[in-house]
Design a protein around this ligand. Structure first.
Ligand code: UT7
Length: 325
């Protein structure tokens, strides 16, 4: 029914990054398609971004925030380990909604969208606000050129509503594989300290993102076409009927490889990662909102989407954009 998004004001270009780590605009843009990213500074906050994205989606949907039953915040970077969702619930005025965080890294938005839709399909809830947002800049090692060039901060949101008339989530598939999870982690520090005599506790804290880029790349170019293809077969959808391919924005080469696999022309591929990099759980709703607001995505358009990332986790869905009534 509505979408919204928000990115920080602070912009960091590839050239600027090259003054800190041994890299270049040429390397980053040809290997990834990224030219710049937005990073939260002390002038803005993560929850402000989430709140802005959520409020814009509610406004587009034309909803009274008090009519929202459910708010799911997909994030791996809450500003409170007990969860950020309730802060956003209060911030957007969704006072009657139950709110919780959901963590599935870069697949988080898709997992949260599907989770929310199950509450709506079961009839137990009517309206849900689903937000995907991350502040990975806090967890990147800014001296590791193999990973720091990829990530940025952002938030995106959708407002979804149950309908007796039509179900615009045509189908979905979600997958997890913990056995291959080691290639992308943000692990807890193993820091055990003495508590009392002969007792200890683990002091909290996390290491920066640990990534084997090539393994993640291979995983994505193998699994994304597979899961999309299986879903297309199941739903009897052929690639010509797809209006937009909207993949998790991690690397332009991954996006192009998937488009090529299904012979989807690049004119039907949505990408904005040159401006924002990989904003993790935010990439899909951020891109969706941009294309809705500039009127590329129209009512009834069929969107093929797929998210993938740490866990490992991945999934795909076919969605028809409805928009406000
Ligand atoms: O949401 C999921 C998050 N993760 C991802 O999406 C990561 C997926 N993987 C990728 O996107 C790509 O693997 C990367 C962009 C991370 C790396 O691209 P690649 O083509 O796989 O490069 P590579 O790791 O094979 O490295 C090639 C060379 C290496 O140098 P040598 O050993 O050949 O001399 C790297 O040291 O490029 C070097 N390199 C860089 N050079 C300049 C790696 N990072 C950089 C850099 N600037 N930032």
């Amino acid at each position: 029914m509505g979408s919204g998004s928000a990115v920080p004001d602070q912009r960091i270009t590839n050239e600027q990054l090259a003054s800190r780590v041994d890299t270049s605009d040429e390397w980053i843009s040809t290997r990834t398609g990224i030219r710049e990213r937005r990073i939260l500074s002390e002038l803005e906050s993560f929850s402000q971004l989430c709140k802005k994205a959520g409020s814009l989606a509610i406004e587009m949907a034309g909803w009274d925030p008090e009519s929202i039953d459910l708010l799911i915040l997909a994030t791996s970077t809450p500003d409170d380990l007990f969860g950020t969702a309730t802060k956003i619930q209060a911030g957007v005025g969704a006072n009657k909604a139950v709110a919780f965080d959901l963590t599935a890294a870069c697949s988080g938005f898709l997992f949260a969208l599907v989770t929310a839709s199950q509450y709506l399909r079961s009839g137990s809830m009517k309206r849900a606000l689903v937000i995907g947002a991350d502040q990975l800049s806090s967890w990147v090692n800014w001296d590791d050129r193999k990973s720091c060039v990829l990530f940025g901060d952002g938030a995106g949101a959708v407002a979804i509503e149950a309908s007796d008339v039509q179900d615009d989530l045509l189908g979905f598939k979600l997958r997890s594989d913990g056995q291959r999870g080691d290639c992308l982690t943000l692990p807890q520090i193993s820091d055990f300290q003495a508590l009392l005599q002969e007792t200890s506790y683990q002091k909290g804290g996390f290491l920066p993102i640990q990534m084997n880029g090539q393994e993640v790349y291979k995983f994505a170019v193998r699994e994304v076409p597979l899961i999309l293809g299986n879903l297309m077969q199941e739903l009897e959808i052929n690639s010509e009927s797809i209006d937009w391919l909207l993949l998790h924005q991690a690397n332009k080469r991954i996006i192009d490889a998937v488009a090529d696999r299904f012979k989807i022309p690049y004119s039907k591929v949505l990408t904005n990662l040159s401006n924002y990099g990989n904003t993790s759980a935010a990439t899909i709703p951020l891109m969706l909102d941009e294309a809705v607001r500039d009127e590329r995505i129209q009512k009834g358009h069929l969107i093929a989407t797929s998210g993938f990332g740490a866990g490992l986790s991945w999934g795909a869905a076919f969605i028809k954009w409805h928009g406000p009534i």
